[in-house]
Design a protein around this ligand. Sequence first.
Ligand code: FIX
Ligand code: ZN
Length: 413
Amino acid sequence: MERLANTDLGPIVRSAVNDAVITDVHTHLYSPQFGDLLLWGIDDLLTYHYLIAETFRYVSIPYESFWAMSKQQQADLIWKTLFVENSPFSEACRGVLTVLSKLGLDVGARDLSEYRAYFRSKSVDEYVDIAFNLAGIDCAVMTNDPFDDAERPVWLSCYKEDPRFRAVLRIDPLLNSTQQSCEKLRNFGYSADPALSAQGLSEIRRFLEDWADRMKPLYLAASLPPDFAYPEESPRARVVRECILPVCRDRGLPFAMMIGVKKLVNPALRLAGDSVGKSRIETVEHLCANFPDNKFLVTMLARENQHELAVAARKYRNLMVFGCWWFLNNPSLVEEITRMRCELLGPSFIPQHSDARVLDQVIYKWAHSRTIIASVLTDKYNDLARTGWIATVEEIRRDVDNLFRSNFWRFVG
Ligand code: FIX
Ligand code: ZN
């Protein structure tokens, strides 16, 4: 048994994780056809809303002065504040440096003009392939919002599918500002009424059906506040019950619920102004239990919800837990959450998504996550080995493929 006690499967596990082709199940990226909606390059990296929030911890300029700056001026201020005047060891700052390093640029030179010159030498189409190859992803799942005035025209005119990018029908306004969204629906030609009459609900379903036909989404999605409750007598609950769940069920589409966002606790920070709140796991349990023909992809934003969410996934096979979302996507919490999920769920979950808003971010978000997930899996396989159960290379690569892509593709059907 001595031999078994010394079995270290770490090199095999790290090789399997580093070689794994990943499907990135939730991003804010767009295929190049969407033009400027696809953000990429050093100035978009530096003006990521995570870094804007961190910069305002140091600078005292009025928020509006910052928003009046050009993107390059904002990036200069962020670089000076977070990288030069302070050490960039926050996760979002470190990520920028990981990207530059993986691109082969001289991070030690600390020369922003050199980095800008590199990106000026690239076209977006070639850079998509560079970023995807360095990140090791085969597909980025988008977040597509038919209520977005910049995005909608692309879908209505010229969209041609790009296999590297798959669509998701994101419908936050329908759930979080139902009355106002009914007015927009009427402008789109759907006679939805704020009273949510039977006819109005039917028109909301028709809207969802039309956009599902147009986008061919892998799932429907919404981000939801901490107090999201079901059942509940509210417009939101009625739209979920009468519109979203029937359309998803009839099409075999999961409904992705991203729960726990406190929107704009500091409105002056704009996209950077959202925060986190502890949510009600009973809502997830009730929906999974009472709609067994629906599939639910769920991620929750509060650290405090992670254990009960993993336990809920043990109870409901129509629940797939995914990602260490947003404020949880930091090494210490990715490690804690992934370790707990492995112990409660085995390989039957989706450990991570990038949530990338800037194309380059897939490079660092996946590099950082692979390292942590490989470390956790190494411990798990070594724990098995100490019992005499030594996982083979094929079994480890099978499990890693399930975690990083096949669990998702099987679940979305
Ligand atoms: O609702 C979402 O999809 C969130 O991920 C975003 O709103 C958020 O700004 C983000 O990008 C977090 O990483
Ligand atoms: Zn997101």
